[in-house]
Design a binder for this molecule. Structure first.
Ligand SMILES: [Zn+2]
Length: 264
């Protein structure tokens, strides 16, 4: 059964098979997503993904034992603090906050925690945390990236010419349009470009030779910092539905392996 963690009574929680139940912990963010998409884009997606995952997983295994935590609304978003409204924990604050929640879960006997990363910037902190949790608490923390951005069905949603679509642009805006359409103001959308990275052959904004990017590095055609990379103009709710649904489907095989993961 897939249930929402905080809806259980203490008595119901006592009856949960802690050893074999997977705790899903979606990790969002509140940070700028351009002029057109809400600050809570990642958290809105994190919240909605729980429903999509539930539907897709129950089709394959109606008895899947999972408890879904509410998404952590704020994450590690220092790269966006130059823009109004962005919120961030410092890396060490975020690490310890997540650590304490996971050690509470471990104290009650839970062994399998699946982090769902709905903001890429959270990943370095969560990777370190997951390794330490395994070492310290002998639990099994799985790290899953949300957003099947390389899946052909998702790639096919991108408007031709906008293949660089990355942070805060067409794909993310589309997903929010599928979930909370009133929060998107597509009429304000502006395209973001690579700025200083443009034309660089060796040092990129990610990869093996890189400098960590800041939102202000991404600029409009006129050179104004816009904080997004890509053009949100072609976003739509239909595209968002494809991205969310495809993402949930691509997560299913991982959840099945997590279910069967041998633990001590
Ligand atoms: Zn985002």
């Amino acid at each position: 059964m897939i249930r929402y963690y905080y809806e259980l009574t203490r008595k119901e929680m006592e009856a949960v098979d802690k050893k074999n139940t997977v705790v899903l912990f979606p990790l969002g963010a509140i940070e700028q997503h351009g002029s057109q998409a809400p600050l809570g884009t990642d958290t809105i997606i994190a919240e909605a993904m729980r429903g999509y995952i539930k539907e897709e997983l129950e089709k394959v295994d109606p008895d899947y034992e999972m408890l879904m935590l509410p998404p952590m609304p704020v994450g590690f978003s220092v790269e966006h603090l130059d823009f109004c409204g962005s919120l961030s924990f410092k890396a060490d604050t975020y690490y310890h906050l997540l650590y304490d929640i996971c050690s509470s879960l471990a104290y009650h006997g839970f062994k399998k925690i699946a982090f769902l990363l709905c903001h890429g910037g959270n990943k370095p902190v969560v990777d370190s945390l997951a390794r330490q949790l395994r070492r310290d608490l002998n639990i099994y923390p799985f790290v899953l990236n949300n957003g099947a951005f390389s899946h052909p069905d998702v790639k096919a949603t991108i408007t031709p010419g906008n293949e660089r679509d990355f942070h805060g642009a067409e794909m993310e805006t589309s997903m929010v349009m599928a979930i909370k359409p009133d929060t998107v103001k597509l009429e304000y959308s502006e395209a973001g470009y690579l700025g200083e990275y443009d034309g660089k052959k060796a040092v990129k904004f990610s990869g093996s030779k890189s400098i960590p990017w800041m939102g202000r590095d991404f600029v409009t055609a006129e050179g104004k910092p816009i904080g997004i990379l890509g053009d949100p103009a072609g976003a739509s709710a239909e595209k968002g539905e494809i991205i969310l649904r495809t993402t949930a489907k691509t997560l299913v095989p991982a959840f099945l392996e997590i279910r069967d993961w041998k633990i001590e």
